[in-house]
Design a protein around this ligand. Structure first.
Ligand SMILES: [Zn+2]
Length: 377
């Protein structure tokens, strides 16, 4: 069944070769053309029976995770089915185009909603499919960490438009941020409706360190390499295709630092480096055929842990850590001097990861699990 697909796959893959990064260089700033809605994916097939759906312009508003489909001889697995139902519907459509086999597994890389809040259409289409995650991820689903997603109707209709228009009314808004928000405004009604339609998924199966899944003629592994972007990060290793989908432990060109674990994240990336693969699929952004960006990220996370430990030992509070932290050897290699990427790097990484590192260094938990109280809204 793979032979004819392999030919098609090669053609598709070469057509998308421009999305591969060979050495790490930051891409040009997005062009912000908004003809396509923000939940459309570009599909790439790096090997027979494997499809990777990457949202073009990964940094546009709102962010949403990459979806991976793996088809065996008896069933298919989806890794991160979609942050919105519209994305998941497109994943389902892609699966039906490529195979008559059922989806048997829907894996969730971590608890952030842009990777799973939309998977309802996949569960409806294949009700026998098993939804699987790390045990921590399932625990989060029932905790207060998911409260903002628990009751989407709590945000009144039009609220998102109001927020974007309010931000755009600020005369001091940097131009790159203005472009980013204006593009979001073009699609604001769709984005808000999709956000409202998302639901926290039920998770059927959990694991701690690794889980092998036999799809018929193809065995894949879900692996947890340690605390990283969250405490429950998992990756999808497909040995026969020599590839790994890393979830948000690898996000290009600027990582997300919110409530993460710099030191153990760096250790997890060193473990990732030991996998014998030729292709790394980030949780957001273009595919990678070398380790340059993973090495940069590892070095950066280790530096964050090391510098923060020294600054806290010297008695600095969070403001002091931010003031004295030395980004000079790190930031230009992510932002490349581009004001758009510098802005995203600041908002998505520099500010949150120093807070995360400072919290850990002072004994705070970055993802404390407080059970959601059922029936109390
Ligand atoms: Zn994400």
């Amino acid at each position: 069944m793979f032979s004819s697909m392999a030919i098609a796959a090669t053609l598709v893959f070469s057509a998308h070769a421009g999305t591969l990064t060979h050495d790490h260089t930051p891409p040009p700033a997005p062009d912000f053309s908004a003809e396509r809605d923000p939940f459309e994916l570009d599909w790439t097939s790096p090997a027979a029976g494997i499809w990777v759906g990457v949202r073009p312009q990964s940094a546009r508003f709102p962010v949403t995770g990459t979806s991976v489909i793996v088809i065996g001889e008896t069933g298919a697995l989806v890794f991160d089915g979609g942050g919105t139902p519209l994305q998941a519907e497109r994943v389902a459509e892609k699966i039906r185009t490529e195979t008559d086999l059922p989806v048997t597994h829907i894996a969730i890389s971590h608890w952030h909603g842009d990777h799973h809040l939309g998977i309802g259409p996949l569960r409806e289409a294949w009700p026998e499919a098993v939804t699987v995650s790390h045990s921590f991820t399932r625990a989060v689903m029932d905790s207060t960490l998911m409260d903002s997603a628990r009751n989407p109707d709590a945000t009144p209709p039009g609220a998102l438009r109001g927020q974007l228009e309010g931000a755009l009314a600020n005369p001091d808004l940097p131009e790159p941020n203005r472009l980013w928000l204006e593009q979001g405004l073009v699609w604001v009604d769709l984005i808000e409706a999709q956000g409202r339609a998302g639901r926290i998924p039920e998770i059927d199966l959990v694991f701690e360190d690794s889980l092998e899944i036999d799809l018929g003629g193809r065995v894949v592994s879900l692996v947890h390499l340690g605390h990283g972007n969250t405490k429950g990060d998992i990756m999808l290793h497909i040995p026969d295709a020599r590839m790994i989908a890393a979830g948000d432990a690898v996000v290009h060109p600027t990582p997300y630092g919110f409530f993460s674990y710099p030191e153990s994240w760096a250790a997890a990336l060193r473990r990732l480096r030991e996998f014998d693969v030729d292709l790394i699929v980030p949780g957001h952004g273009g595919l990678m055929t070398d380790w340059a960006y993973v090495d940069l990220l590892t070095e950066t996370l280790q530096s964050i842990a090391d510098q923060t430990a020294v600054l806290v030992a010297e008695g600095h509070d969070l403001d002091g850590v931010r003031e004295h932290f030395d980004w000079s050897a790190l930031e230009p290699r992510f932002a490349g001097g581009d004001p758009f990427w510098a802005g995203r790097f600041d908002v998505w990484f520099k500010r949150p990861i120093l807070e995360a590192a400072w919290r850990l260094e002072t004994g705070l938990d970055n993802e404390e699990l407080i059970p959601h109280e059922h029936g109390v809204e």
